[in-house]
Ligand binder design. Structure first.
Ligand code: DX5
Ligand code: ZN
Length: 215
């Protein structure tokens, strides 16, 4: 079963509550919540208070921390209601400890990889995460085009998990639309983040079904 996580980054911030309810009613599985610090990525986005409000919508909040030293913010986002917390392998010196910290905070632990980072970054933490997030664009902005080379990485991550007998979620983020989704799913993705294409769709429920391959 392919799951879909709308990215709040592409919502209308003047009616964000309505935009969360809309995607929940359309059948979204998680709410993808992008946290940017202006340092790990050039952009700045949402903080913990917005997370706390978004978490009241009922969908599990999937917090994607694009921040340096994410270990400083894990308990804050867990307390703000995030159910999944994903940190970038490039953003922390102590990835293993960070993943343990996320699980100790009661959340699912995710590792994100920038486009230029090898899937091998996951090798020695296999079993310590519940989700691998393959970035298919450079993090920081919505509305970018998917980088095709990253599709091979999705397949490499899935293979690595299969070989280890693990069934962690393989999430992809960036440039997901009705055209790219089937290729990502074929490569082994089972959780698709979609921002601009989803919020820009006339019929969000049909878009979600389309991304899942149900249309
Ligand atoms: C990018 C964010 C994404 C972004 C995806 O740094 O991590 O979650 O919202 O946006 P689209 O789907 O428009 O590429
Ligand atoms: Zn994201």
């Amino acid at each position: 079963m392919i799951k879909v996580a709308p990215s709040l980054l592409a919502a209308d911030y003047l009616k964000i509550g309505e935009d969360i309810r809309r995607v929940a009613e359309a059948g979204a599985d998680w709410l993808h919540f992008d946290v940017m610090d202006g340092s790990f990525v050039p952009n700045v986005s949402f903080g913990p208070e917005m997370c706390r409000r978004a978490a009241t919508c009922g969908l599990p909040v999937d917090a994607h921390l694009m921040v340096v030293k994410p270990e400083k913010h894990i308990e804050t986002f867990a307390a703000a209601g995030a159910k999944i917390i994903t940190v970038h392998a490039e953003a922390t010196v102590h990835l293993h400890r960070c993943l343990q910290q996320i699980r100790a905070a009661g959340c699912m632990a995710g590792v994100a990889l920038n486009p230029a980072t090898s899937h091998e970054a996951l090798r020695y933490v296999l079993g310590d995460f519940d989700l691998a997030l393959v970035m298919t664009v450079n993090p920081g902005f919505g509305g970018q085009k998917l980088i095709p080379a990253c599709i091979d990485k999705v397949a490499a991550v899935r293979r690595m998990l299969d070989d280890a007998g693990l069934n962690a979620i393989v999430e992809v983020d960036g440039g997901v639309n009705l055209d790219t989704a089937p290729r990502l799913v074929a490569a082994g993705a089972d959780m698709l983040v979609a921002g601009s294409a989803l919020y820009g769709a006339k019929d969000v429920a049909a878009f979600i079904r389309g991304v899942r391959g149900e249309n």
